[in-house]
Design a protein around this ligand. Structure first.
Ligand code: NA7
Length: 557
């Protein structure tokens, strides 16, 4: 376990100066803080919330749980001690349990002295003369740092839809991604939920149990799989602790960084009765691994995908009693090309007397009023409205910060036509700026804590390279972004993801570029990252520390 050896510099008067500034105290930011601190450089992490946890701080909505992969593998993988000392309680840990874990980690690794809470980074500008970032915070602080690292999260910029009248609502208005820390009471109330993605599907059964009446406003029906949540058995935890090293080796070669073996068989190799028996067994066990432990081609072959779609539609038909409601709930997109949801009694909820499903495809919202929602067919009076409407995913928070890079070009201008990066970790024109889980990295389609560790390690090594070689800055060379974009696109084209509108491709936000921004290479991606570093940071250019300002950039690789 590490000792705290940070050399944080902080002036209370004027500009504070650090070697590195990190934004965001979730899984990735806390890990990056640990690694940067170990280098002996001065580093400070800023977090807008009043506690650590990132996504797990904000997403306190009822039913919020880990979906992928579950305990004890949705956790840090770098430390046997952390695994040994934290007793995971549930297979799909609740938001509260994950937050307890992250609080435990922050204490155990003594991270808190270098984390400043309740502080939003409001602006970040690269100063070409000093090759440093100038940063302003919501507390009026002025900070100078050589390196700026975003660990702001992929699902952190909540999407409040532009539905006419949304600001007229006078009841309680909540967003699942900005849930209050205080208890929210639904008892006896007329509650509306807009959205049936993962957050809606997790919260709807919980809200229905308490509310007087629940109206669900659904735009796209989903294929949800039972979570199969249950307590983690002591022997499972013991086994995970004993097999820690082997399990890590296994995760390193798994396409999604998962601890489970992937099937090597096509869904079309089995006759329907054998296939359905396997689906039934995995359905009863529950969990997202149904998609990967069953067959190897569900995400690449439409015919194979259809077999599981039909199986789940069958489950919906046999679970939901009212035939008209069944029709509204039957999904018809390509399974798993939207974020695959897992649930605890979601479809059963529609058998309750106090739940109404409004199908927005037939009965669209016309406007929201002071006390309800008017759809084409009539009015739904509400005391409370829950927006489970998702996020401006992956790029939203970066664009809200809108850092200004070289030549005074800000990120919004740079990304005006399309999102581009180099390796998903850096952006040409933005020297010494790094992103963990940035666009065009594996981020949300990989084991995120594990992927975040590997990306942070790479960033640490790159920073060490700059410092060891007495460089002022490093940045992606102009033009490398095109090659990287092709690489990302090529990987996506091998799959079925292109066939569906989703937040993976920006379709959920009006005006957002329609571009698939997740790298689907998994282990290949991380191998590529390592090779770039081993190859003297191929594709990057550097500036010597003693060069005159604005001098010609020299090639790093
Ligand atoms: P998602 O997956 O983006 O789901 C958002 C839901 O809200 C989805 O059903 C949307 O329908 C719906 N939506 C969005 N805007 C509207 C409007 N204007 N009108 C009606 N319905 C709308 O977000 P989640 O929070 O559920 O999940 C995100 C991640 O968080 C997930 O991966 C988990 O890990 C946790 P659509 O499908 O676009 O038709």
């Amino acid at each position: 376990m590490t000792n705290r050896d940070s050399k944080t510099k902080s002036n209370t008067v004027g500009t504070q100066s650090y070697d590195a500034v990190l934004i965001g105290a979730g899984f990735a930011g806390m890990y990056a803080l640990l690694r940067l601190r170990e280098m002996g450089i001065s580093v400070r992490l800023y977090e807008g919330a009043s506690g650590v946890g990132g996504t797990w701080w904000w997403n306190r909505y009822p039913g919020a749980r880990v979906d992928f992969p579950s305990a004890p593998y949705y956790s840090y993988s770098f430390s046997q001690e952390l695994l040994d000392e934290f007793d995971w309680k549930e297979r799909q840990p609740s938001q509260a349990e994950v937050l307890t874990y992250l609080d435990f980690v922050a204490d155990r690794l003594e991270l808190r002295p270098d984390i400043q809470l309740e502080t939003w980074i409001e602006s970040a500008t690269f100063d070409e003369k000093s090759s440093r970032w100038h940063i302003e915070t919501s507390r009026g602080e002025s900070i100078s740092a050589q390196f700026l690292i975003s660990a702001m999260g992929t699902l952190s910029e909540a999407n409040k839809p532009a539905i006419p009248g949304i600001d007229d609502f006078t009841g309680e208005l909540l967003h699942t991604g900005r849930w209050p820390a205080e208890e929210v009471k639904f008892a006896g109330k007329r509650v509306g939920v807009i959205g049936t993605g993962s957050s809606g599907i997790q919260s709807i059964p919980m809200i229905a149990r308490e509310a007087g009446h629940l109206s669900v406003f659904q735009r796209t029906p989903q294929y949800s799989i039972p979570a199969g949540n249950r307590p983690v058995k002591p022997e499972e935890l013991a086994e995970a602790r004993e097999s820690f090293a082997q399990r890590k080796e296994f995760m390193a070669v798994s396409p999604l960084g998962m601890p489970y073996p992937m099937s090597e068989k096509s869904a079309l190799d089995d006759p329907p009765e054998v296939r359905n028996a396997l689906y039934e067994e995995l359905w009863q066990d529950g969990g997202l691994h149904m998609l990967f432990n069953s067959y190897n081609d569900l995400l690449v072959n439409k015919e194979a995908n259809d077999t599981l779609c039909e199986f789940i539609r069958g489950k919906i038909r046999s679970t939901v009693k009212d035939p008209a409601t069944v029709e509204k709930l039957l999904p018809d997109y390509i399974l798993a090309t939207k974020r695959q949801a897992i649930d605890d009694g979601y479809f059963e909820t529609y058998n309750r007397d106090n739940v109404t499903l409004v199908d927005l495809r037939d009965d669209p919202i016309e406007r929201i009023t002071a006390d309800g929602i008017i759809t084409k067919s009539g009015e739904h009076k509400l005391d409370m409205l829950v927006l489970a409407t998702g996020y401006d995913a992956i790029t939203g928070k970066l664009l809200r910060l809108n850092p200004t890079g070289r030549d005074g070009v800000d990120l919004a201008s740079a990304w005006k036509e399309r999102f581009y990066t180099y390796l998903g970790v850096t952006i040409p024109g933005f020297p010494n700026l790094f992103m963990v889980h940035g666009p065009q990295s594996p981020s949300v389609l990989y084991n995120m804590p594990y992927g975040g560790e590997m990306e942070s390690d790479w960033i640490r090594d790159c920073i060490a390279h700059v410092r060891d070689n007495n460089l002022a800055s490093i940045e992606a060379a102009p033009g490398v972004e095109d090659e990287w974009a092709e690489h990302v696109e090529e990987a996506a084209k091998q799959t079925l993801f292109h066939g569906t509108d989703s937040w993976y491709s920006g379709a959920n936000i009006e005006g957002k570029h329609r571009q698939f921004i997740v790298h689907l290479g998994g282990p290949e991606y991380f191998k590529h990252l390592r090779e770039i570093a081993e190859n003297d940071y191929q594709g990057f250019v550097v500036e010597e520390a003693n060069e005159a300002p604005n001098s010609e950039l020299s090639s790093a690789g």
